[in-house]
Design a protein around this ligand. Structure first.
Ligand SMILES: *Cc1c(COP(=O)(O)O)cnc(C)c1O
Length: 386
């Protein structure tokens, strides 16, 4: 094995997965609050568009590397409608095989051996893995409760900022659900300009918001397109995790860099899936609003229940994650194991998202309200309290 594989962080989820399999073998009724994968089906108009497009022989050949123009136009129209941001579909939009693919390959375009990428801890593990695979070094900015889990850019040492090429940010955030405002994004633009850093904003959860409070796009703030790009996913918004389609928009030179890597490694997204993606982006907002309402109802079931059990949690403003402090003195992996053995509830230890995630576990809102009530009931009966 190459060093880059040996240097990957230990897969903390492997142990919990083993325990989960064991519990399933014992016939336990598992409640899975561990995965960030919607339980709801893909909306019907998207499926129908795929069925039709799959029958068209024109879609059976290699797609274009950068994505078919009609899909990129649909992205550009969606951006205008949703964020009032203008994008040139030809040069400022790139189709991805899911945003994970684009994020993972991104550092290969910009990181030389020894260069630094800035990212948060806890954070989506792909930022670090991609940096490692490019031979770069990751600098982790800790997310702290007292700062609302937004990264403190002023805490980054000057010499680290000077060595940095990329800053990964993610709002609404996985796993903390923290959501940045335009003021934070403006500070990011200023920071990126001062140190000549490329900003990669992961907006996978931009449409999973509650109480009608729409999170802004990074590209809404002045100067953002000069310094960065924004990654989007159709996975969470339209219940399409298995379809593998996403996109990245923003600075054209940066997109050209990523495009160079991609055209040498992959051959784009099946055109029928891109057609289905167009159907998704052109759908009326009421479809996504219905999905949001389902998650909001689940949130409003789980949070008060956890609070009653003594957990110090606040309702997430967006995303389908709940970031929960573990009971005093219990490590996240131990608490996850305890929950599984006593209540058959699967959760994710915060440490799996980075060292600064210790002291928390993550639950997801990807099961129905009855199952959430059942989970709360089991916790109460087992004497599990915050
Ligand atoms: C789910 C997720 C992604 C990846 O989504 P794709 O299915 O690859 O589009 C990217 N970033 C974050 C933070 C996620 O949680």
């Amino acid at each position: 094995m190459a060093d880059r594989i040996k240097h990957l962080p230990p897969y903390l989820f492997a142990a919990i997965d083993k325990m989960k399999q064991e519990a399933i073998r014992q016939g336990k009724d598992i409640i899975n609050l561990g995965v960030g994968d919607p339980d709801l089906p893909t909306p019907a108009p998207i499926i129908h568009r795929l069925q039709k497009a799959a029958e068209d022989p024109r879609n059976h050949q290699y797609p274009s590397y950068e994505g078919m123009l009609p899909f990129r136009k649909a992205v550009s129209n969606w951006y205008k409608r949703r964020f009032n941001v203008t994008l040139d579909p030809e040069s400022e939009v790139l189709t991805l095989i899911g945003s994970k693919e684009g994020i993972g390959h991104f550092p290969l375009a910009f990181i030389n051996p020894g260069d630094v990428a800035l990212m948060t801890s806890p954070g989506y593990p792909v930022y670090h893995a991609g940096t490692l695979f490019a031979g770069g070094k990751s600098y982790f900015i800790p997310l702290k409760a007292e700062r609302g889990f937004l990264p403190d850019l002023a805490s980054i040492p000057t010499e680290v900022a000077k060595a940095a090429k990329i800053l990964f940010i993610n709002s609404p955030n996985n796993p903390t659900a923290a959501t940045a405002d335009r003021g934070f994004f403006s500070a990011v633009v200023e920071f990126a300009k001062r140190y000549n850093i490329i900003v990669a904003h992961d907006a996978a959860y931009s449409e999973m918001f509650y109480d009608g409070k729409r999170p802004p796009s990074f590209l809404e703030v002045e100067g953002a397109k000069e310094v960065g790009v924004e990654f989007h996913s159709l996975s969470k918004t339209y219940n399409m995790t298995g379809w593998r389609i996403g996109f990245v928009v923003g600075n054209r030179e940066v997109l050209a860099g990523l495009g160079k890597i991609k055209s040498n490694l992959d051959s784009g997204v099946f055109q029928a899936v891109q057609e289905a993606g167009i159907a998704a982006l052109e759908m009326e907002d009421s479809v996504v609003e219905t999905i949001r309402k389902i998650y909001q109802e689940r949130r409003d079931t789980l949070i008060p229940g956890l609070q009653k059990l003594g957990f110090k949690v606040t309702p997430p403003p967006a995303s389908f994650y709940v970031w929960i402090p573990t009971p005093a003195g219990i490590a996240s992996a131990d608490f996850t194991a305890l929950l599984l053995s006593k209540t058959a509830i699967v959760t994710t230890p915060g440490k799996g998202f980075g060292d600064a995630g210790e002291g928390y576990i993550r639950m997801t809102l990807t099961v129905g309200t009855e199952r959430l009530e059942e989970a709360l009931d089991r916790m109460e009966k087992s004497g599990i309290r915050g």
